[in-house]
Design a protein around this ligand. Structure first.
Ligand SMILES: O=C(O)[C@H]1O[C@H](OP(=O)(O)OP(=O)(O)OC[C@H]2O[C@@H](n3ccc(=O)[nH]c3=O)[C@H](O)[C@@H]2O)[C@H](O)[C@@H](O)[C@@H]1O
Length: 403
């Protein structure tokens, strides 16, 4: 009896197992088919993703490989601005790790968007007036509006940026043992009584005039650098930057180069402030960037002028831009700007001697590049303007329309 029950039980289990196996294989077949179909459908998508990944990794400008020993972690404050973004390009292409900090007051994401996603690049939306905690080897401290209309727009903020902002960056340099380069300015010489201006000249600045927020802000920023150097042993570099121009200047920058080029391109009058006899010497942005990097990596801790000594009157400059653009614009004389420096030209003997640096881009070549850039910007603006489409008349069903 026991044997019979056992045989019946085995037979029952065998039949249940058989059914189960049959059902599983049917289900497996069904699942397999579904899986195959899904696989077929997503295969082209997989290919597309691969292509996208490829184009994504290929889209960055070429970056040198640097060994751990040579690769530096570099912070650029104001790195999304006009000069900062060109410096970002140079340091990224040289193979360093670059962190850009910008509050986007005058900087723009567009200036550095070609690096977003790169493993060596980081973009932080931050105002240097607040402390910052990052680990870096070098700090290029460029954060500050630089164009007179921009820095006069909110003088208190300009002062805070150049004083509290610089203190914060020096504090960071001290904490992490980084070297800091301050982007100072030819404006520390004010309306100069010495011509050309060398680094030993103490300047002639009106401390309560409209430019003072920037001029005095930068002067005290220099003072802070040397106080941190003497008291705390922070390594500092100070670049006194003279008038600089090039692509990525903001369309509304308000400085003379972008104003004249945009006015000439649009057939509007070129606005000369005063009689146009005041002089400036203009350097192309790539020359400045090379000078900044050379200074940072030198052993020169005292201030160094970086500029192009080719001097022109503003009127000559207006005529040159008109000629290069091929523009029929008039020249319009407006009232003189208050405390406008009457003569400015850098003495760059120190940079030549100690850094082996001098500008190499001729003025007309640089201007042609800037003209090309602004022409494209105007086209970009024209193509991206929002023009609202006329709304179709709303017809409500079931009701008579009264016109
Ligand atoms: O370009 C720069 O890097 C420098 O620009 C400014 O100094 P500024 O020389 O006054 O610069 P601009 O506003 O470009 O003016 C240059 C000259 O052109 C004149 N100008 C400006 C604009 C304009 O439409 N028309 C015009 O005649 C100004 O009155 C001034 O005499 C900043 O104050 C500096 O810190 C900065 O280093």
């Amino acid at each position: 009896m026991k044997l019979l029950t056992g045989i019946a039980l085995v037979a029952y289990v065998a039949s249940v197992w058989g059914n189960f196996v049959n059902m599983r294989s049917l289900q497996d077949n069904g699942d397999q088919k579904v899986e195959n179909k899904i696989e077929e459908a997503i295969a082209p998508l997989r290919e597309k993703i691969k292509d996208l990944e490829k184009s994504f990794t290929q889209k960055y400008p070429p970056v040198k490989f640097l060994s751990e020993k040579d690769r530096k972690r570099i912070l650029i404050t104001g790195g999304a601005g006009f000069v900062g973004s060109h410096l970002t390009d140079k340091l990224m292409m040289d193979g360093h790790e670059v962190t850009v900090v910008d509050n986007f007051f005058t900087g723009r994401k567009r200036n550095v968007e070609h690096w977003i996603g790169h493993e060596n690049f980081e973009l932080i939306n931050h105002d240097v007036v607040e402390p910052l905690y990052v680990e870096v080897d070098q700090i290029y401290h460029l954060a500050s509006p630089a164009s007179p209309p921009n820095y006069m727009y909110n003088p208190i903020k300009t002062l805070k940026t150049n004083t509290i902002g610089t203190l914060n960056m020096l504090g960071l340099a001290k904490r992490v043992g980084a070297r800091l380069l301050l982007a100072s300015t030819s404006e520390v010489y004010g309306d100069p009584e010495v011509h050309p201006q060398n680094e030993d000249y103490w300047g002639h600045v009106n401390p309560i005039g409209p430019r003072a927020c920037y001029d005095e802000g930068k002067r005290v920023a220099e003072t802070m650098c040397y106080a941190y150097m003497k008291q705390e042993g922070v390594e500092v570099r100070v670049a006194r930057i003279f008038n600089t121009f090039g692509p990525r200047m903001h369309m509304n920058d308000g400085r003379v180069v972008s104003n004249f080029i945009l006015q000439a391109l649009q057939g509007e009058p070129l606005t000369v402030y005063g009689p146009g006899t005041q002089t400036r010497a203009f350097q192309y942005v790539s020359d400045l960037v090379n000078g900044l990097v050379a200074l940072m990596n030198s052993n020169v801790s005292s201030p160094v002028n970086l500029g192009n000594p080719e001097e022109h009157t503003i009127l000559e400059f207006a005529q040159l831009i008109k000629k290069l653009v091929g523009s029929g614009s008039e020249i319009q004389f407006l009232s003189e700007a208050q405390d406008d420096p009457q003569k400015r030209k850098p003495d760059i003997r120190k940079a030549k001697l100690l850094l082996g640096w001098e500008p190499v881009v001729p003025l007309e070549e640089g201007l042609n590049k800037a003209i090309h850039y602004f022409r494209k910007e105007l086209e970009y603006q024209a193509n991206n303007q929002y023009i609202p489409k006329p709304k179709p008349a709303r017809i409500k069903k079931g009701r008579t329309r009264h016109n």
